[in-house]
Design a protein around this ligand. Structure first.
Ligand SMILES: O=C(CO)[C@H](O)[C@H](O)COP(=O)(O)O
Length: 225
């Protein structure tokens, strides 16, 4: 089975955790797309939920499908969030941000009681870091941050789109770094990166995930923390 079908299998398993009356965090990306589509159908069939979107793209899709999108401030706390990942390891640690939405995604995950990650089988890895780790930076500081990260041996590359700097929904930059060969423990790396002024957030999600659902062929493999 191909990756697209595995994404759908994982998404359809995950939406079983969404019940009427809940406030739901909606992730971003091609896997999250199938989850939003399925929740849209559930809403059209009478389910009453409120949702918080992790990106402008997700908000647009959810609204189009008739999902009641509210602000995080209105929601205060989310019952469940379903989101994708670029990599997930056996300890429920993730790299996220391939789609550039890591900042809102991490805020929503932090404020959610249950966090479910959905992915196709290619995202399940023994060690994080083949996928370059996205870092969101304030444009004022991006070039100096790149130099500092280069000094740390992390081979930073500023993300581009159509020959221009890629911009997040918050109008920040993304710098992708290579953590594959680093000896630094992930928790320490996260801490070190967050101490550099101008780094707003990293795509390392080390503690927030409760449930991982991997589409594997026709089956969904559910892993609980
Ligand atoms: O973190 C993300 C966006 O910021 C996505 O969840 C991640 O990039 C996975 O995307 P996809 O499901 O399209 O492979």
């Amino acid at each position: 089975m191909n990756a697209v079908n595995e994404k759908k299998v994982a998404a359809l398993e995950a939406v079983k955790y969404v019940k009427s009356g809940m406030t739901v965090g909606l992730g971003t990306g091609s896997t999250a797309f199938f989850m939003i589509e399925a929740i849209g159908e559930m809403v059209q069939n009478g389910m009453d939920i409120k949702a918080v979107a992790t990106s402008n793209e997700t908000e647009k899709l959810a609204t189009k499908l008739g999902i009641n999108v509210i602000t995080l401030a209105e929601a205060k706390r989310l019952d469940v969030t379903i989101d994708g990942a670029d990599e997930v390891d056996e300890d429920f640690q993730l790299i996220k941000g391939g789609g550039g939405a890591l900042l809102r995604e991490k805020i929503v995950a932090h404020n959610s009681v249950l966090n479910i990650i959905i992915a196709d089988s290619s995202k399940s890895v023994a060690k994080l870091g083949k996928f370059k780790l996205p870092i969101e930076t304030i444009p004022f500081a991006t070039q100096l941050i790149i130099e500092e990260l280069r000094g740390m041996g992390l081979s930073p590359v500023q993300r581009k789109k159509d020959d221009a700097d890629y911009k997040t929904d918050e109008n920040n930059d993304i710098v992708d770094i290579d953590i594959w060969d680093t000896d630094i423990k992930l928790t320490d790396l996260e801490q070190q990166l967050k101490t550099i002024p101008g780094i707003v957030e990293t795509g390392l999600f080390l503690t927030t995930t409760n449930l991982v659902i991997i589409g594997n062929g026709e089956k969904a493999i559910v892993k609980k923390r």
